[in-house]
Design a protein around this ligand. Structure first.
Ligand code: DCP
Ligand code: CA
Ligand code: CA
Length: 366
């Protein structure tokens, strides 16, 4: 049975999240920026929506330069809020995990997945599944994404790249060769400018030309491992499989206090948002926890911690707040110095995954 591997990539992710939150931005150039704080506009563009890209703005460009290009076009400049994007990413990954056989997140806005079993290797069924994944994400988060399907990770990734923005590229086993042949070899995952110029020296420009090169020739130039990979990638036969992403084992937040203090009430108050964000993460990943830890970093920069383990796993905000309050009361009595920074960690996570494996375990054998 041919493998069916997918690669999903959310479109102009950070900027799209901002558009969803504030629909009046649609149609205007939007840039999401990381400000370094040195001068008012120093820093770089983290990402830009497609409207801003029409003016040549791209990730990594200095903010000053981007603003110049967008002058007179009513741009919106937004400060990057990584936590916000992470919460949404986690929610989508959680949802995706329920829809595919194996999910391997590879970044905040992308993942490989395997749907060989659930489609029986049938690429028409796979296309319908990819379409329903796309509509599910639109329904739940109002976000568009691009998906590629193919028989290997390299092919799937090429497919999602070509589908941007908002598309779906299905490369069935029969169409893999003609699909790959005319493409520039630099499009292959792992082929950077250095490899590309080495290939050009060998007279290789396209993936099709690379696929026809003899293995010894490639191995002589690139070594056994990378040479072998290049040939496999070019023929769509790279064997790498989709590996389930590691589940988080803890969530934590640390803040620098507005002033050094021994007062647990002051500490708790400033940790309130952090506890809320931990609670959001628990909710979005469907997890509960057994252990709560209060973390205090003192004025001499030593770290003191105090933990409490519950009898059963819980996930509600009140439990976090109550445990943290009690732990900081104790910590402030024993620390002997003022707190400079303070944090909370929940660990011993249990959740969705355990339930799935349990139900699988209980399912009668066939
Ligand atoms: N990112 C960043 N700095 C970069 C590149 C990316 O901070 N130099 C962040 C912002 C992006 C996110 O990572 O939204 C995902 O990166 P992508 O390369 O997938 O780019 P986008 O999702 O922004 O756009 P595309 O529609 O091309 O996927
Ligand atoms: Ca993206
Ligand atoms: Ca990406």
């Amino acid at each position: 049975m041919p493998r069916v591997i997918g690669h999903i990539d959310f479109d102009y992710f950070y900027a799209q999240v901002e558009e969803v939150e504030n629909p009046s931005l649609k149609g205007r150039p939007v840039i999401v920026c990381v400000f370094s704080g040195r001068t008012e506009d120093s820093g770089v563009v983290s990402t830009a929506n497609y409207k801003a890209r029409e003016f040549g703005v791209h990730s990594g460009m200095p903010i000053v330069q981007a603003k110049k290009r967008l002058e007179g076009h009513d741009p919106e400049v937004i400060k990057m809020d990584h936590e916000k994007y992470e919460v949404i990413s986690n929610r989508i990954m959680g949802e995706l995990g329920q829809m595919v056989d194996v999910l391997e997140p590879t970044g905040i806005d992308e993942a490989f997945f395997d749907i060989t079993n659930s489609t029986g290797g049938d690429y028409s069924r796979a296309r319908r599944m990819a379409e329903s994944i796309k509509s599910a994400i639109i329904r739940s988060e109002n976000l568009t994404c691009s998906i590629g399907l193919g028989r290997s990770k390299v092919v799937a990734k090429l497919g999602s790249d070509m589908a941007k923005p908002g598309g779906l590229t299905v490369i069935s086993p029969e169409t893999t060769k003609p699909f790959l042949a005319p493409l520039d070899a630099s499009k292959l995952y792992g082929v950077g400018p250095k490899t590309m110029s080495a290939l050009e020296e060998m007279g290789i420009r396209t993936i099709g030309e690379l696929a026809k090169t003899s293995p010894p020739e490639l191995e002589r130039r690139f070594g056994r491992k990378f040479g072998g990979y290049l040939l496999a990638a070019a023929t769509g036969t790279d064997a790498d499989s989709v590996v389930a992403g590691l589940e988080p084992t803890q969530f934590s937040r640390i803040v620098t206090l507005r002033r050094d203090t021994r007062d647990p009430k002051e500490v708790i108050e400033q940790l309130s948002e952090g506890m809320q964000s931990i609670h959001d993460k628990l909710t979005s990943s469907g997890k509960s926890f057994k252990t709560v830890t209060a973390i205090g970093i003192l004025t001499d920069l030593t770290t003191k911690t105090k933990s409490k383990t519950l009898e059963t796993a819980v996930s509600d905000l009140t439990s976090i707040r109550e445990a943290v309050a009690a732990l900081f009361d104790e910590l402030s009595r024993t620390a002997g110095k003022e707190f400079r920074r303070a944090g909370v960690r929940v660990s011993g996570l249990e959740g969705v995954e355990d339930q799935t494996s349990l139900s699988e375990f209980l399912r009668p054998a066939r």
